[in-house]
Write a protein that binds this ligand. Structure first.
Ligand code: GLY
Length: 579
């Protein structure tokens, strides 16, 4: 038998001596979807179809993003939602960009110690399960603001597909059924959630069965007819507040009435000539992606090679330093002064590089700031239209199916986003993030997020639309997709599918996807002092679009498809559809 192997390359631990060839992705990936007029990439194929239909009928990328957001709330209930919140990054065809923050806010009655017992210890599950975990939802307000300000289509038209899927139902495919299977135990605890998502015999819906959600259809119809007020000022808010009061929550009508979307300036930075446009605080995503990229810019990643010990080393050290900043310094901009310019300064990146030992792993404990005391169920979609308007949306209920509760009669799953706050400095949250005072709970404050809906531009034109679910790993997933395209020459599908590594300062562990690195590389890293964890399953479901070709090589050669879309091969039910 003839085996074709990667060229054998001498691996040196010295940057100056290292020389490796750029490598293809570890495994063969399917070809990206192609389109000349538009592209929609989402985590659920029916939602992708909804988005493409909007584009075909003359809607722009924002219209499509709104319709997809409502559709995912029906056909992807593990993370798609109107009971949660998220972010939308828009880069307009003329090069302007903006950012809509429709993430959850803490209720007015929230307190810093609301999840601690009388001895100051976190109460297990209090920030994750049930009504006390629920932040004030922002999705409806966000979609309405996006549509009114930047869309062209009517609310009724954009919401019609979602209402139809809720009313008539949709047939579950294998990936849909698997997510219900995973959430069945939690959903069984709330009678209203169980009545929707479990069959009368208590079992989850299976592949080939139809899920019908009449209460959700009624709630969506109310929003369609009356606008966001139906959600924030009318019977939907009343029902949620009533259920919250009866079941240990603190949501009040005033929380809903006072909810407001924030329109913010995206974070931008330049990486090797590419302009990154991403999420500002209250997300840490854009700042931390840029901080890591600024550090990496000083290393010849394409020569060091994808997946080499040296590349992993510098990436992990950049991540380690950046996540200290994320976890200690960032928070809601209305409550804390975020040191964004310092963290994005190229000199700051150089200072970090100067601290990285080329031969040894760093030690997280040594970076502990003074006085420092996901499930990964989010969903991301990427859209671009015929005019070149690019929209990246990441939104979430936080954990899978959020807090696992539905207020009677609404059909709306509610989030458990309050867990993204610091419960107590030094105590890890759902994602193992150990955070500080900047992200402490306060009434009306928004918990720090990692969601990173990102658009990359080159020479004034859109180049890439990218993002992913993945809790605290969203940042490194998005970053690695960019680096894989820009530095390692992968096509958009390979860049998304390539095995991932992750480090978030604490715990001081490098997470590596199964078969992500060769055993030789693992041994080199262990020899440098790294603790590797290869035990976890794969993570993230990135959704990306590359403009002008499927890879940098094809773009440079010319003749590639205008839009090249890829949904992560890890995504069970997603699809990239171009036209
Ligand atoms: N709930 C996950 C995040 O916003 O980072």
């Amino acid at each position: 038998m003839h085996l074709t192997r990667r060229p054998l390359i001498a691996v040196s631990l010295s940057f100056s001596l290292a020389f490796t060839l750029p490598l293809a992705a570890f495994a063969a990936s399917p070809q990206p979807a192609k389109g000349e007029h538009g592209m929609v990439v989402t985590g659920q194929h029916l939602a992708s179809e909804v988005g493409v239909d909007v584009l075909k009928k003359g809607g722009n990328a924002v219209d499509a993003a709104v319709a997809v957001g409502y559709a995912l709330a029906v056909v992807y209930p593990t993370a798609g939602n109107i009971g949660g919140g998220g972010f939308m990054t828009i880069r307009f065809k003329d090069g302007r960009s903006t950012f809509l923050d429709f993430r959850e806010r803490a209720p007015l009655a929230a307190t810093k110690t609301m999840y601690l017992d009388k001895d100051g210890k976190p109460v297990k599950g209090a920030s994750l399960d049930g009504y006390l975990a629920v932040g004030v939802p922002g999705s409806v307000a966000g979609f309405e603001m996006a549509r009114e300000k930047y869309g062209t289509q009517s609310r009724q038209d954009l919401m019609a597909p979602a209402i139809r899927f809720a009313k008539d139902g949709f047939v579950l495919e294998q990936g849909d059924a698997a997510s219900f299977q995973g959430g069945a135990e939690r959903l069984a605890k709330d009678p209203a959630a169980a009545a929707i998502f479990l069959k009368p015999d208590g079992k989850p819906y299976a592949m080939g069965e139809r899920l019908i959600q009449p209460d959700l259809a009624a709630s969506l119809s109310a929003v369609s007819e009356q606008g966001a007020d139906a959600f924030y000022k009318g019977s939907i808010a009343d029902a949620i507040v009533k259920a919250s009061g009866a079941k240990g929550g603190i949501l009040a009508k005033a929380d809903f009435e006072q909810y407001a979307v924030r329109e913010l300036k995206p974070v931008t930075c330049n990486y090797r000539g590419y302009e990154i446009v991403s999420s500002p605080p209250p997300s840490s995503g854009g700042v931390i992606i840029c901080e890591i990229l600024n550090v990496l810019e000083g290393y010849p990643l394409s020569y060091l090679g994808a997946g080499s010990a040296e590349t992993v080393h510098v990436m992990v050290e950049a991540m380690r330093h950046a996540y200290v900043d994320r976890n200690s310094a960032l928070g809601d901009p209305d409550f804390v002064d975020n040191p964004v310019s310092k963290l994005l300064d190229k000199n700051y990146a150089k200072d970090i590089r100067d601290k990285i030992d080329p031969f040894r792993a760093g030690v997280s404990q040594d970076l502990m700031p003074k006085g420092f005391g996901e499930s990964k169920e989010t969903t991301h979609y990427s859209i671009i239209d015929n005019d070149g308007n690019a929209v990246a949306v990441t939104y979430t209920l936080n954990g899978s199916f959020g807090a696992g509760v539905v207020a009677d009669g609404t059909g709306i799953l509610l989030n458990n986003e309050m867990d993204d706050f610091t419960q107590k400095p030094g105590v890890p949250n759902l994602y193992g993030l150990v955070q500080g005072e900047a992200n402490a709970i306060q009434p009306r404050k928004t918990p720090l997020s990692s969601m990173s809906p990102t658009v990359v531009a080159k020479d004034g034109k859109p180049f890439m639309v990218i993002g992913s679910p993945g809790g605290s790993r969203i940042i490194t997933i998005t970053l690695e997709a960019i680096v894989n395209v820009v530095d390692h020459g992968m096509n958009i599908q390979e860049a998304i599918d390539a095995p991932r590594i992750h480090h978030q300062w604490l715990p001081d562990t490098v997470y590596i996807e199964p078969f992500g690195l060769s055993p030789d590389t693992e041994r080199l890293l262990v020899g440098m002092g790294y603790h590797l964890d290869l035990s976890e399953a794969t993570w993230g479901q990135a959704a990306g679009i590359l403009v002008g070709g499927k890879s940098l090589a094809e773009i440079e050669k010319g003749g590639g498809a205008r839009y090249n879309g890829s949904i992560d091969s890890r995504a069970a039910s997603g699809e990239a559809i171009g036209y």
